[in-house]
Design a protein around this ligand. Sequence first.
Ligand SMILES: C[S@@+](CC[C@H](N)C(=O)[O-])C[C@H]1O[C@@H](n2cnc3c(N)ncnc32)[C@H](O)[C@@H]1O
Length: 364
Amino acid sequence: MNSMMSYYFIYPKGLASLGLAEIEHKLAWLSINDFQFIKLNAHGIEFECSSQTALTLQSYLKLPTRLLLRIHQSKVRDLPRLYKKILKINWKDWTAGNQIEWKVQSAQSRLIHSGKIQDSAQKAYQDYLKANPVAKKIATQFYSEQPLSVYLNLYQDQMQISLDLSGRRLDLRQEQLSHQFKAPLRRSLAAAMVFLTMRSLSNIRFHLYDPFCGSGTLLHEAETFFQITKRVFASQFIPFFEQTQIPTMSETPALPFLSYHGSDLNPIMKKFKKLDFFQMKDDGQSPKVMISNPPYQKRIRSSGLEVVNIMKKAKQLNFDYTGLILPIEDWQTFRQSLSPLVSQPISNGGINCEFRLYHLAKVC
Ligand SMILES: C[S@@+](CC[C@H](N)C(=O)[O-])C[C@H]1O[C@@H](n2cnc3c(N)ncnc32)[C@H](O)[C@@H]1O
């Protein structure tokens, strides 16, 4: 059960190397010593480890979108061979007869027609189940309404088959912060902003502010950065992982945040203050850091919210550091001669943005 297998974390565009830094940051605390990094590409990180390590990381990491497990790899050039290879997979380990949703991708291969590939794969899976019927007890124990997503990738005739161990995207953590709020920041992106800030201000503890907090995603991700995500994962319906235990960490590393402050022009939750950022007064706390996701789509942004005005106001309020996520064009209107402490490209809802953290003593 604890043998090393090949796993892959998928990340939001451009965040895989930061994702590796998050893994490294959390490994020692989680007492993990069998994580073997294999490679990193634009979409994610390939690694080897035991099932316990993989599922523990899935529960404690905040940046990835999904965890996959590779269960098969072979060369195939025609459909009969593909059928035979898939029929030979020991599906009893991986499903209790649950439905499969095939995600087929093919490039530079002889087999290119994804519809035909999917039909052959599905037939092989069904024929396997006919030949190896699942005991009723097992079928009931692992029953899931949600189909198991299985990725079938063909590249240069090399077929890789991977199971999605996450189910819903990992940034959909259990608790919904607000059902009404229309433009929340994706949790994984908020966690990335928090992690970047924590890493670059590693020698200080500070009060954290988000004056455009909306539903409070950034503050919530900051508070829960080391907490386990308690929700259902697809791995819970996979017989192979039946015995895999995920440790609950009784102690979490100290966070650098001394307090959390959220405000917004139109706060949704009572715990946040109703306050126009430009009417804010210095509350005398020190040191203090603002990280925020101000409105930037032209449709909803009122004039006055340009980056230069936000930075000026932040400086008047005596913030020591300010980190904002804004479209690249907005940053181009800001002083180019100043170097940010951090600049991380982030695609936010398909808009090319950058998170930049500035030391305000050096600004304006
Ligand atoms: C993009 S949303 C922030 C979303 C937030 N990060 C979340 O995940 O829920 C921008 C927020 O800025 C608020 N806002 C706009 N102008 C403001 C101002 N002058 N002062 C304070 N908040 C403002 C809006 O009400 C909106 O909630």
